[in-house]
Write a protein that binds this ligand. Structure first.
Ligand code: ADP
Ligand code: MG
Length: 293
C-alpha cells in the first residue's frame, strides 16, 4: 500500500502480493514475454510442454524477471537478491520450474560475455539421492540441447574445476551427449588421472560434492566462486538433520555474492523456512553483505 511506503524495513504480505508478477499461463509466453533463449523455448516445445503447472505458473515469472523483482523488493526492504522457497506436491513439475531459469540464465550470461571460454561452474543442483540426481541430469540435458551448456552428474573421484584453474587435460566443450556412465571408478582407458567436472551445471548428491571440495582444500571446503545458482531439490530432506551439515557445507562454499538459492520441496518439514532464511542471512553476514527479511 502507498501509505506504508515509508515503513521500509518490513514489507507486508500485501506489499509482496502487489509486486508479484502475473502468473505464467502458457509456455509460449516464456519466449514472447520473458524473452527466454530461443533454443530453450524450442527444446520445451519439442518435449510438448504447453500449459505450466501451478508451481511453474508462480515461480517462473519471479525467477525469469529478476531485475524487476530485485528492484521493487529492494525499494521496500533492501533485498538484493531473490531467493525462493517453493512448496508444491510431488509430481507437480518442480524440476522444470528450477531448470528453465537455470539454463536460461547461463545462456544469457554467455551471450553477454565476449569470449566463449569456460567461465567455471555456474549452477549446482543438489538432490538427496543418486537416482533423483540422474533424473535431473537427463531433464537438464534435454533442455540444454543446442545451447552449448554442459550438464554433468557428479561422480566419485571427480574434480570440480573453477574458472582460470589449470586443467591437466582440456576437454572439448561440446555439450549434450556426455557419456552417462554409471561407473563411479574412472575408466582405465582414460588419459587423465582424474575425471574433471568442467561443467556449467553440476548435479550432485551432497556428500560426493563435499568430498571433492574437501579433497581440494582439506582445511576448509574449497570455495566455488563462479557458482551463481544453487538449487536444493527435496529441500526438506536436504535440510533434515541427516543431511543438514552437508547441505550447508555446500551452500557456504558458494561464495559468489550474487548467488541465488532456490529451495524446492513437497512439504514444509524440517523447519526449512526458518533454516533457509537464517542460513541466507548468516552467509550474507560472513560475506559482509546486507541481510534480508
Ligand atoms: P516434482 O519434482 O514436483 O515431484 P517432476 O518435476 O518430477 O515433479 O514432474 C513430474 C512429471 O510431470 C514429469 O514427468 C514432467 O515431465 C511432467 N511435467 C512437468 N511439467 C509439466 C507441464 N507443464 N505439462 C505437462 N507435464 C509436465
Ligand atoms: Mg522433484
Amino acid at each position: 500500500k502507498k501509505g506504508k511506503a515509508d515503513k521500509k524495513k518490513s514489507p507486508s504480505k500485501d506489499d509482496y502480493k502487489q509486486l508479484y508478477p502475473q502468473p505464467l499461463t502458457a509456455f509460449a509466453d516464456l519466449r514472447s514475454t520473458y524473452r527466454i533463449s530461443g533454443r530453450l523455448a524450442e527444446n520445451l516445445a519439442t518435449q510438448g510442454y504447453k500449459i505450466p503447472t501451478e508451481v511453474q505458473m508462480g515461480s517462473l515469472p519471479l525467477l525469469l524477471q529478476p531485475e524487476t523483482a530485485i528492484k521493487d523488493v529492494a525499494e521496500l526492504g533492501g533485498v538484493s537478491a531473490v531467493d525462493l522457497l517453493a512448496v508444491a506436491p510431488t509430481g507437480s513439475g518442480k524440476t522444470l520450474a528450477f531448470l528453465i531459469p537455470a539454463v536460461n540464465s547461463i545462456v544469457q550470461r554467455r551471450r553477454l560475455s565476449e569470449d566463449k571460454k569456460h567461465h567455471g561452474l555456474q549452477a549446482i543442483i543438489v538432490a538427496p539421492t543418486k537416482e533423483l540426481a540422474n533424473q535431473i541430469v537427463n531433464e537438464a540435458k534435454k533442455l540444454s540441447i543446442g545451447t552449448g551448456i554442459k550438464v554433468v552428474g557428479m561422480k566419485k573421484g571427480m574434480r570440480v574445476v573453477e574458472e582460470n584453474e589449470d586443467t591437466v587435460q582440456e576437454e572439448e566443450n561440446s555439450s549434450d551427449e556426455e557419456e552417462s556412465d554409471e561407473d563411479e571408478e574412472p575408466k582405465p582407458s582414460q588419459k587423465s588421472k582424474q575425471p574433471i567436472a568442467k561443467a556449467d551445471i553440476l548435479v550432485t548428491t551432497p556428500l560426493i560434492l563435499l568430498h571433492a571440495l574437501a579433497t581440494k582444500n582439506p582445511e576448509k571446503h574449497a570455495p566455488m566462486p563462479s557458482v551463481k545458482t544453487l538449487i536444493l531439490d527435496e529441500a526438506d530432506v536436504l535440510l533434515d538433520p541427516l543431511f543438514r551439515d552437508q547441505t550447508l557445507g555446500i551452500w557456504n562454499a558458494c561464495v559468489n555474492p550474487e548467488l541465488r538459492v532456490t529451495l524446492w520441496s513437497a512439504t514444509m518439514g524440517s523447519n526449512i523456512e526458518a533454516l533457509a532464511s537464517s542460513t541466507i542471512n548468516e552467509r550474507r553476514r560472513k560475506l559482509g553483505l546486507e541481510t534480508t527479511a
